[in-house]
Design a protein around this ligand. Structure first.
Ligand SMILES: Nc1ncnc2c1ncn2[C@@H]1O[C@H](COP(=O)(O)OP(=O)(O)OP(=O)(O)O)[C@@H](O)[C@H]1O
Ligand SMILES: [Mg+2]
Length: 377
């Protein structure tokens, strides 16, 4: 029979296994310890009774005086409830829900009852839920932006095509008027810039569906070079060094053109003092980052190398993020490199960026070559 009240109390406290339930003296020294406390914190009664309860706190909280602050609050208000990280005997931390009640007798503070619960699992579940909700909101926002960009970019593309055609016709009529031709060139360059922006937006908004076909990069480059040269300012010289006899690659020529236009635009923008931009092609053999085997395969490399201002490490790290730009508002979308990365990755290739502040930047697209398997090494 359970008649002895102190035995009843002992049994009650010892039966509580989900909560650490123990007494502190007014200074915070541990006076009693139950099996729940041992289970949650890992210490046996012998190890903790007579030591300060501050040992369960993270060092930073302990140094900030958190343990005694909670005792003071409990003494003042008759109760304190808090939540925070605590440390187990093995050094691991857990999320604790803590209640501290002062024990008073005839107006004198005898100590405190402290109840601690390990709520790590709930805390983690809540975090996961919150992260999932944030991710969902983020996706919804992206979808909205995507829809908006898709609509706008189609509209703008049509408008810019009309303007571009009109400018072309006009420039034929005023060919003998130097000043008028200059003005038309400036208008045409602005139209080209607008067209690039709308293509970037379109690429971003549709998640870039590629229309892949075997292409010869050198042949395409030779077609595109005059237009690319036109987009560069006069103080920038665009040169090409194309390796002969390259294998074909399977990619979307339109997207490749946009990617190259983005890279040349970036290079020209970085070459403020004037300098050279070199477009190069080559065949390289590299390990396929997606393959399980250590076999090398052929990649056609298309690189754009500039002698511009380069990128500091913190800019290079973020340069390919969508909408990341160091330009002023209204000057750049920050979608250029993100298109380049997205497109290259979707083509089964990868992008190498090497940059040195004050020296220049080389961005290389490595696109998997269509090769006779016998040639794979
Ligand atoms: N060749 C380069 N040299 C130096 N910095 C570069 C170069 N290419 C990219 N960057 C940096 O990376 C940033 C992001 O480039 P990205 O092409 O994605 O956007 P953007 O050029 O700022 O905008 P947009 O392409 O729409 O004009 C740039 O703002 C610039 O700071
Ligand atoms: Mg750019």
């Amino acid at each position: 029979m359970l008649t002895d009240p102190s035995r009843q109390l002992r049994l009650l406290i010892d039966s509580v296994r989900d909560h650490a339930l123990y007494l502190l003296d007014p200074e915070g020294m541990v006076c009693s310890w139950n099996p729940g406390a041992e289970r949650i914190k890992g210490y046996s009664a012998d190890e903790v009774v007579g030591t300060h309860f501050g040992r369960f706190y993270l060092p930073a909280d302990r140094e900030a005086g958190e343990p005694l602050r909670l005792l003071r609050l409990a003494a003042q208000h008759g109760h304190v409830a808090s939540e925070g990280w605590r440390v187990r005997r093995d050094g691991s931390s857990f999320r604790a829900s803590v209640v501290i009640e002062p024990v008073m007798e005839a107006g004198e503070l005898l100590g405190f009852v402290k109840i601690t619960r390990d709520i790590t699992e709930q805390w983690q579940a809540q975090r996961l839920l919150r992260d999932a909700q944030r991710a969902l909101r983020h996706t919804q926002q992206f979808e909205t932006v995507g829809r908006l960009s898709r609509g706008l970019s189609h509209e703008f593309n049509n408008l810019l095509t009309t303007i571009g055609n009109a400018l072309d016709l006009l420039s034929l009529r005023v060919a003998s008027d130097v000043r008028a031709s200059e003005l038309l060139d400036a208008a045409q360059a602005a139209t080209d810039r607008g067209a690039l922006l709308t293509r970037q937006l379109l690429a971003f908004s549709t998640g870039q569906t590629l229309i892949r076909e075997p292409v010869d990069i050198n042949t395409l480059l030779q077609q595109w070079l005059p237009d690319l040269q036109r987009t560069c300012p006069a103080h920038v010289v665009l040169e090409a060094s194309l390796a002969p006899g390259l294998p074909q690659v399977s990619t979307d020529a339109m997207q490749l053109q946009t990617a190259l236009a983005n890279l040349v635009a970036n290079a020209a923008e970085a070459t403020l003092e004037g300098g050279r931009i070199l477009i190069g092609t080559a065949l390289e053999h590299r390990l396929d980052p997606d393959a399980d085997t250590a076999l090398q395969r052929g990649y056609v490399t298309l690189s754009v190398c500039d002698e511009g201002h380069g990128m500091a490490a913190e800019i290079a790290e973020r340069a390919t993020e969508p909408f990341f730009t160091t330009k002023d508002i209204g000057k750049g979308s920050g979608l250029g490199l993100s298109q380049v990365f997205g497109f290259t990755t979707q083509s089964g290739g990868f992008v190498d960026v090497s940059t040195t502040p004050g020296v220049g930047t080389t961005v290389s697209l490595l696109l998997p070559a269509i090769e006779d398997p016998a040639h794979d090494r």
